[in-house]
Write a protein that binds this ligand. Structure first.
Ligand SMILES: Cc1ncc(COP(=O)(O)O)c(C=O)c1O
Length: 387
């Protein structure tokens, strides 16, 4: 059989598919009991009381910022307030800030965690800073507890984009529970997938109510005891998930811990075989877990070292030809993206040295949820060292 190494192969088990079929057969496809059941189980898993499922991680970020600027929120953010965001970000980590009327201020990241550390944050916070969008990149995080404390002291809201880090535990606490609002994505290839799907997490009932109304048209059906009212108490979107997605996600959640463990095993084996190959010549710097973190990986990010960097373009092309799928770290230094030019953001390109370095040197490969055969690990590592 020919060798291939996609970003993710065969994400769904027979149980996942059967649980979806059951929902389809029930003919109740839209958000209902299955979504509530998943929210409850997810709450238990990450140990947070207020979890609301939405149709994507992007929608979760959108809700976070529209909750922060919502007229119902006490100490709401105002149009023009500033929000820090790492230049190494995903598009829909950034745009909800703009869409909700806030002003993004780009900051650089630490080369080790791919996320801003406390020093970077302190250097960039001014009187105008009212929120921080922090992204836990590919299962890792920076000193998020200290950033949390600092933000609290300064009365700055913390939004934690945890779309890439479900299951990672920092100092005994799940990532995705540090922010005033935290988001998760269940898109294909992430730690857990329902095809499309996401979760927004907050830490008090009041914010939870705001999120509930924003998720579904701004009405109060889920809030009020009266059923089927057409009472609209807030602005709204329709970001509801399907019960089909929720049932797949519930089925996947049952084996999430096992998948995390297997992925860790696969990662360790791949790195071990890279390092012990006769071809090993320090081609890569590996993305190591932050101190105090029990990571949950779904990929292996690699930084190509200087000696081999000139070959990156051809090297990635060759991997693709050999059916090894790769992609950039998040979307690289987002400041380089054409969409940025549509806005009049103020920044100096020279201030994002590390984000640029990660874009220039970085890429990632996937990490299967089933144990990789030794033979395939040897093939993969052989291709990876073929510069
Ligand atoms: C950091 C980050 N934030 C947000 C998202 C958006 O998630 P979704 O694809 O579920 O909309 C992604 C997607 O991969 C992401 O990597």
């Amino acid at each position: 059989m020919s060798f291939k190494y996609p970003l993710l192969e065969n994400a769904f088990s027979n149980q996942d598919i059967n649980s979806a079929i059951k929902v389809v057969k029930s003919r109740r496809l839209t958000m209902s009991n299955k979504t509530m059941e998943f929210e409850k189980k997810f709450s238990k898993f990450i140990k947070s009381n207020y979890c609301l499922m939405v149709n994507s991680g992007s929608s979760a970020n959108l809700l976070a910022f529209f909750a922060l600027t919502n007229p119902l929120k006490k100490n709401k953010l105002k149009i023009g307030d500033e929000c820090l965001i790492p230049a190494l970000c995903w598009s829909t980590s950034l745009w909800p800030i703009v869409q909700s009327g806030l002003v993004p201020k780009f900051i650089d990241v630490d080369l080790k965690t791919f996320s801003p550390n406390l020093d970077i944050i302190k250097k960039n916070v001014t009187k105008k800073t009212k929120a921080i969008m922090l992204i836990n990149v590919l299962g890792n995080c920076s000193e998020i507890d200290k950033i949390r404390q600092f933000a609290k002291k300064k009365k700055i809201y913390l939004v934690e984009d945890n779309c890439e880090s479900l299951g990672s535990i920092y100092k005994g606490k799940n990532l995705g529970t540090f922010g005033d609002f935290s988001s998760f994505s269940f898109y294909y290839s992430h730690q857990l997938t329902s095809g499309e799907g996401g979760m927004i997490v907050c830490n008090n009932k009041f914010d939870y109510r705001i999120l509930q109304s924003l998720r579904a048209h701004g009405w109060d059906r889920e809030i009020s005891k009266k059923k089927n009212t057409f009472n609209f108490v807030n602005q709204g979107f329709n970001l509801r998930p399907l019960d089909i997605s929720a049932s797949i996600a519930t089925s996947q959640l049952k084996r999430l811990k096992k998948m995390i463990k297997t992925r860790k095993y696969n990662r360790d084996m791949i790195i071990k075989y890279l390092k012990k190959s006769p071809k090993w010549d320090d081609q890569f710097t590996f993305f190591e877990s932050s101190k105090h973190l029990k990571p949950s990986w779904f990929s292996i990010p690699l930084l190509i070292n200087k000696k081999y960097l000139n070959y990156k373009k051809n090297f990635l092309k060759r991997l693709e030809k050999n059916k090894i799928e790769t992609r950039p770290i998040i979307s690289g230094n987002f400041i380089n993206q054409p969409a940025i030019k549509l806005h009049k953001f103020k920044f100096k390109k020279k201030n994002f040295k590390n984000s640029q370095e990660i874009e220039d040197r970085g890429f990632f490969i996937g990490l299967p949820t089933k144990k990789i055969k030794l033979q395939d690990i040897k093939r993969l590592t052989n291709y990876l060292l073929d510069f």
